[in-house]
Design a protein around this ligand. Structure first.
Ligand code: TXA
Ligand code: MG
Length: 332
């Protein structure tokens, strides 16, 4: 299969609609990361997502819809606070998990009685979803376990030959995946942190909690037990109070002839001496640059030495959730 990368225009939108209706896959940009889309009402189409990514069959998918789509045709809205959240944050990087009406095929939610729905805010995602005008199941458009893609080139590097079309919308602004929020409970529960934070949700509806403990998260969101976000180079993650150890480790790697880089944010630059992939200053900037730099690292590094991010923003939690998983192959 020949994988095309096309800018979004009348031709590529028409082509993507034909592919989706023919139960094929289309990768598309969103404001968080690129998604790998399939018709959510077709078992045949959704299975192709799992095959192309090598995704475990018990890791459910998010359904994406355009901003005028009637979400209540797919799910039950059980609690009063949900409407307020929809008004405050949609379209945007907040995925909500509702009780499903069973309209999309079972494969999307892996047999769970819930359904995760997202209304992305990026212009390109909206154009694609509006043109197709159907619920689109879409995980991040990477091979399972690998870093999520934030450019069409990243998608191509992972999925070339496995899909027909990548819609190109440049670099994704947000840079990390949406917040996943369970809204089937009295109090909304964060299953995956993101750019919409617990505090932001509390400000709108007065209540919100992080899922407590690994077992609760895995029970409610089975996919979280798997490895994620890992670049194809050696990695190590050091805390802010062990910067000297990080420097010693860097020096040792260089002595061994390994191409070595630090991955860190602006605030710690002055304490380190060596090659740097700089994530930037503010938490939103760091999130936006995180996957891009992890994927850059695998082109230029043998060893990537990441440093803990602590800017004081609640988004640090979301960044560290990704960074610690990305560095799971950590040697230190
Ligand atoms: O920003 C995003 O959310 C991106 C873009 C493409 O929209 N998508 C994305 O999808 O990150 P994926 O498949 O890589 O991650 C989906 C997450 C997983 O942690 C999965 O377990 C959770 O959402 N999830 C999906 N359906 C669920 C459900 N019914 N109940 C609980 N968790 C669910
Ligand atoms: Mg993913």
């Amino acid at each position: 299969m020949n994988t095309k990368i096309l800018k979004i225009d009348d031709y590529s939108l028409k082509y993507s609609k034909n592919l989706i209706e023919a139960k094929e896959l289309v990768a598309f940009p969103t404001e968080t990361v690129y998604g790998l889309g399939a018709l959510a009402t077709s078992d045949e189409a959704v299975k192709k997502i799992y095959e192309a990514k090598g995704r475990p069959s018990d890791n459910p998918l998010i359904v994406h819809v355009h901003k005028n789509y009637d979400i209540s045709s797919l799910v039950f809205i059980e609690h009063g606070y949900v409407k307020k959240l929809q008004e405050a944050f949609l379209p945007g990087p907040l995925t909500m998990v509702y009780k499903s009406k069973g309209v999309v095929c079972n494969t999307v939610s892996c047999g769970l009685d819930t359904l995760a729905i997202r209304v992305p805010s990026s212009k390109e995602a909206q154009m694609f979803l509006e043109y197709v005008d159907a619920p689109i199941a879409a995980p991040s458009a990477n091979v399972s376990k690998h870093t999520s893609p934030v450019t069409s080139e990243h998608v191509f590097n992972d999925l070339n030959g496995k899909i027909n079309l990548i819609l190109d919308g440049g670099k994704c602004e947000g840079g990390i995946e949406s917040t996943v929020l369970d809204v089937t409970t009295e109090t909304p529960i964060i299953l995956r942190s993101g750019l919409i934070t617990c505090q932001m949700i509390k400000e709108v509806v007065g209540k919100c909690e992080y899922a407590s403990g690994v077992s609760e998260i895995v029970n409610r969101s089975p996919g979280t037990k798997y490895s994620h976000y890992m670049p194809k180079c050696q990695t190590a993650l050091f805390t802010l109070d062990s910067l000297q150890d990080a420097q010693n480790y860097y020096d040792e790697c260089v002595k061994q002839g390994k191409r070595t880089y630090f991955l860190c944010y602006d605030g710690v630059l002055k304490y380190l001496n060596g090659n740097v992939l700089n994530l930037g200053k503010t938490a939103t900037e760091i999130a936006s640059n995180l996957y891009f730099n992890l994927l850059e690292a695998e082109k230029i590094c043998d060893v990537l030495i990441a440093i803990e991010v602590k800017t004081g923003s609640e988004i640090d939690v979301s960044i560290m959730n990704r960074l610690s998983k990305a560095c799971k192959s950590a040697i230190k």
